[in-house]
Design a protein around this ligand. Structure first.
Ligand code: NAP
Length: 240
């Protein structure tokens, strides 16, 4: 999905691993995208979660090591993607440090509302950070992700982050100042789209109460949305 003709940088060196902290919806989605697109091999990846149950189901789904204990995993990581809830970040960062985080390991955060300055100050090291804001359509590889670089991140670090999110959709680099708008429009946007679809369905039910019941993906309201989008794409008369 990238339009770049430049050779994409390898995400990690041959002797390194890529870790995902938080094997929930987004963590699993990102890993699945990387495996399915051939950007990363399963043996190069690991993940961690808080509960044993989540670790077991993620390990079974993804076919990789998923553990509650990152003690033996962090020191090999060249890149770590953090996919926990914002309130969990302080604890995660202190466990990363305790587990021997290397100074050069690239950290990517997808946490809503948590700024680069907050992440850098909480960690208190000079590790490069990239902040990202993906959205749920990443689950079907139709995501929209914005990324921005932290103080110690180079253009190559940013390019690696873009490569990750291009495995699950489209990715753009923007200044951090746009992140609140992007979180509202793109991060939360799919939920607004579902509200519009519900409103269409309600209107349909009130005007045609005897219309036969159909699965949500087959209703006129959802087919309207699915059919309108491909026609809107090439037009781009306005900025996004
Ligand atoms: N969903 C979206 O559309 C979306 C879009 C953009 C950004 N985000 C951001 O993505 C992040 C994750 O969202 P999500 O929807 O994927 O949430 P989620 O499904 O609840 O996943 C979060 C995972 O983090 C794990 N976790 C909690 N504390 C941990 C710790 N100390 N160490 C390791 N793992 C830990 C949880 O493990 P247990 O299951 O074991 O408790 C859970 O599996 C949030 O910060 C959110 O703001 C989400």
């Amino acid at each position: 999905m990238s339009t770049s003709t430049k050779k994409a940088p390898a995400l990690i060196a041959g002797n390194e691993t890529l870790g995902v902290i938080g094997a929930g919806v987004m963590g699993r989605t990102i890993l699945r995208g990387l495996f399915d697109s051939g950007v990363l091999l399963r043996e190069q990846a690991w993940a961690s979660s808080r509960s044993k149950e989540t670790c077991e189901s993620a390990a079974e789904e993804l076919g990789i090591v998923v553990s509650t204990d990152i003690g033996n995993l962090v020191a090999t990581a060249g890149l770590i993607v953090i996919c926990v809830k914002p309130r969990q970040i302080a604890g995660v960062l202190s466990s990363l440090k305790a587990a021997g985080l290397k100074p050069g390991t690239l950290l990517i955060s997808i946490l809503a509302g948590t700024t680069v300055a907050q992440l850098e100050s909480l960690l208190g090291t000079e590790n490069p950070w990239v902040r990202a804001m993906p959205n749920t359509p990443c689950v079907v590889r139709e995501g929209m992700t914005a990324v921005c670089a932290g103080t110690h991140a180079t253009p190559e670090h940013l390019a690696k982050a873009q490569r990750i999110f291009e495995a699950v959709g489209t990715c753009v680099a923007v200044e951090e100042g746009y992140f609140n708008a992007i979180t509202a429009l793109s991060g939360s946007g799919p939920a607004f789209q579902y509200l519009i679809m519900e409103a269409f369905a309600d209107a349909g039910r009130s005007t045609a109460p005897s219309w036969p019941r159909q699965p949500p993906s087959a209703t006129p309201a959802s087919r309207r949305a699915a059919g309108a989008i491909p026609r809107a794409r090439p037009r781009r008369r306005r900025p996004p």
